[in-house]
Design a protein around this ligand. Structure first.
Ligand code: GTR
Length: 335
């Protein structure tokens, strides 16, 4: 497959975008979709599955061409492209959306979910829908969330058992002020950096560590250079699949409904892949000799996050969302 450059994608926009000029539903080419992960990662597999559903149900008119492995650039850059309609679909983490859609901050707050079932229930329920809906004024249609599990700290120096152990470490974070505040609030120095630069950053000692879920820690091979993985589980912000409002508006209502339905149907499929991937990644990491440690008092980390919540939860809409999520904690129907 020819490598699609950023210029070519933007060129696509200039020469007419997603659909042929002949009108709604008349597809000139597949939807273009970006993902920072490699081709076998569960988010990519899920979008591939969605493409299969779309193709089948549209009689071959609709499908998705996925540019995985960050071929099109960082999540922040590709999001910009998506907003301008140069890319139709994009699978990103919520972090790069924090800056312009304040509702996304709530799902990204440290220790906002008490467990993975709580997180899944919130995403599948009204709070999740409210965050997806909040993206539209920013040029994006939020189609669905995918799991990203819990993020944990890892570094080249020592196990993190208490916040004190983080003191003075240079920790890479995603491009989000919330993450910067979180890491600084825990006593470390935050360095925002694109994911693709982290491996080298660790090798060269530009940073001491980073934080991510098991599958990303494994797939990026960061575990080979940063062999202390500490189960802080501080963030469970999900992944999100977005479509450019510009591409969306070129679709007929029936095709919009189809795209939405196929995206939703890819979620349970992704979750099965995700659970399997977490186990496989954990096994490989432990077998490689990485020192994995539980954290006895996660509350000590959570306590330090109160000023971060205060700083980032400001509007009444954010507060309502937060309350709805907190009210779902501990309910019976999480499983
Ligand atoms: C991963 C996530 C990516 C990206 C990455 C990062 O867990 O799936 O979308 O956000 O983390 O840390 O940059």
């Amino acid at each position: 497959m020819a490598r699609l450059t950023r210029r070519a994608v933007t060129g696509g926009l200039v020469t007419g975008g997603v659909l042929a000029a002949s009108g709604c539903g008349e597809i000139a080419r597949p939807f273009f979709s970006s993902d920072t992960h490699s081709s076998d990662y569960p988010t990519v597999e899920a979008v591939r599955m969605m493409s299969g559903l779309l193709e089948e149900r549209s009689g071959g008119r609709l499908s998705i061409r996925i540019y995985s492995g960050g071929q099109l650039g960082s999540e922040r850059d590709t999001l910009e492209l998506t907003v301008f309609g140069g890319l139709d679909l994009n699978r990103v983490n919520l972090a790069p959306l924090n800056a312009f859609a304040p509702e996304t901050v709530i799902l990204s707050l440290p220790f906002v979910f008490e467990s993975e079932p709580h997180m899944r229930a919130a995403l599948d329920g009204a709070p999740g829908q409210a965050v997806l809906d909040a993206l539209e004024p920013h040029g994006l249609i939020g189609l669905c969330f995918y799991d990203s599990g819990a993020r944990n700290f890892y570094n080249i120096r020592r196990p993190i058992r208490t916040p004190d152990d983080l003191r003075g470490l240079k920790i890479r974070v995603q491009n989000s002020d919330l993450y910067v505040s979180m890491v600084e609030g825990l006593g470390a120095n935050a360095t925002p950096m694109d994911l693709s630069e982290v491996y080298q950053g660790l090798m060269q000692g530009v940073i001491d560590g980073a934080e991510n879920n098991w599958p990303s820690y494994e797939s990026t091979r960061h575990f080979e250079t940063a062999p202390f993985y500490s189960l802080t589980g501080h963030v469970m912000a999900p992944e999100v699949l977005v479509m450019s409002v510009r591409s969306w508006r070129k679709l007929s209502e029936a095709d919009q409904a189809l795209v939405q339905a196929c995206a939703r149907e890819s979620v349970p499929y992704m979750r099965d892949l995700w659970d399997a991937r977490v186990s496989a990644a954990r096994e490989r990491i432990i077998a490689s000799g990485v020192e994995v440690n539980e954290v006895d008092d996660v509350g000590a980390f959570a306590d330090l996050m109160r000023p971060v919540w205060e700083r980032f939860v400001r509007s009444p809409a954010q507060q309502r969302l937060l309350e709805d999520i907190r009210n779902m904690a501990g309910s019976e129907d999480h499983a």
